[in-house]
Write a protein that binds this ligand. Structure first.
Ligand SMILES: *[C@@H]1O[C@H](CO)[C@@H](O)[C@H](O)[C@H]1NC(C)=O
Ligand SMILES: *[C@@H]1O[C@H](CO)[C@@H](O)[C@H](O)[C@H]1NC(C)=O
Length: 227
């Protein structure tokens, strides 16, 4: 069975001190699309028990897959035993997926271990995917000639409008849309909160929580085509 690494944040507070972490449906929805097809491992900078954004648990308390995810024994074990990012070897995986949330904008963009890992996945031609604020984890990743992996590529990610409407512009160190543009990415978006998934070669990005499931479906298509 092919394998995919889900990377989570280890940060549980945003820049204004409120609780944050990874965004529940952005892990749950892709997980249940991919679990029948991939061995899925979890990792985070600090390893075990990456913090979930409690707001996302509340907001998605009516969403079956989000609720299932939190009660799923296999998932609970994966979260409890999440690998420490520095102990992960990209060679053991066929693809990587970055779960969103406000946490990943804080720790992953500047974490040298993550930057190297993301670059290694990308440069070995493996599917490199991220949803919502997940692409923030890729802003430091570079190609073998030192350019941003976003340069000249079509990329989606949480929009400035969405950050403004969510009232969280000052919770994060940078606005993802602005950063993607600054890195030379061809940033594409749908209307706020509408699903948007962009595939450019083996780089697959999605805009917001609603894009998490369609992103996983696209990932599966791209992976199957590449076999
Ligand atoms: C929960 O939903 C409300 C209303 O849609 C939104 O304002 C709030 O930002 C959401 N909370 C989180 C943590 O996403
Ligand atoms: C909206 O902001 C809250 C508070 O910072 C955060 O927990 C939540 O993840 C944000 N929503 C999204 C979709 O990122």
């Amino acid at each position: 069975m092919p394998s995919i690494l889900f990377v989570f944040t280890s940060v549980d507070k945003h820049l204004k001190g409120g609780q944050t972490g990874w965004y529940l449906p952005e892990a749950a929805h892709p997980y249940y699309v991919l679990a029948p097809h991939f061995q899925i491992d979890f990792a985070a900078p600090n390893g075990p028990n990456p913090p979930v954004d409690e707001g996302s648990v509340k907001n998605f308390s009516g969403d079956k897959e989000s609720v299932d995810f939190l009660n799923d024994e296999a998932v609970k074990t994966k979260l409890k035993t999440a690998k420490i990012l520095s102990e992960v070897d990209h060679k053991n995986y066929d693809a990587v997926f970055y779960v969103g949330g406000h946490g990943p904008v804080i720790d992953l963009p500047t974490d040298p271990v993550n930057i190297k890992l993301a670059s290694d996945f990308y440069n070995s031609g493996k599917i490199t995917s991220a949803v919502c604020h997940g692409p923030a984890a890729l802003v430091g990743a570079t190609t073998t000639d030192g350019k941003s992996i976003f340069a000249g590529k079509r990329v989606a990610g949480f929009s400035n409008t969405e950050e403004e409407q969510n009232g969280s512009v000052d919770h994060v160190p940078f606005l993802l849309e602005d950063r993607i543009v600054a890195l030379g990415g061809n940033y594409l978006k749908a209307d706020a909160w509408q699903p948007k998934v962009v595939v450019d070669g083996h780089l697959i990005t999605g805009q917001n929580p609603a894009s998490a499931r369609p992103l996983a479906e696209e990932l599966l298509k791209v992976f199957n085509k590449s076999k």
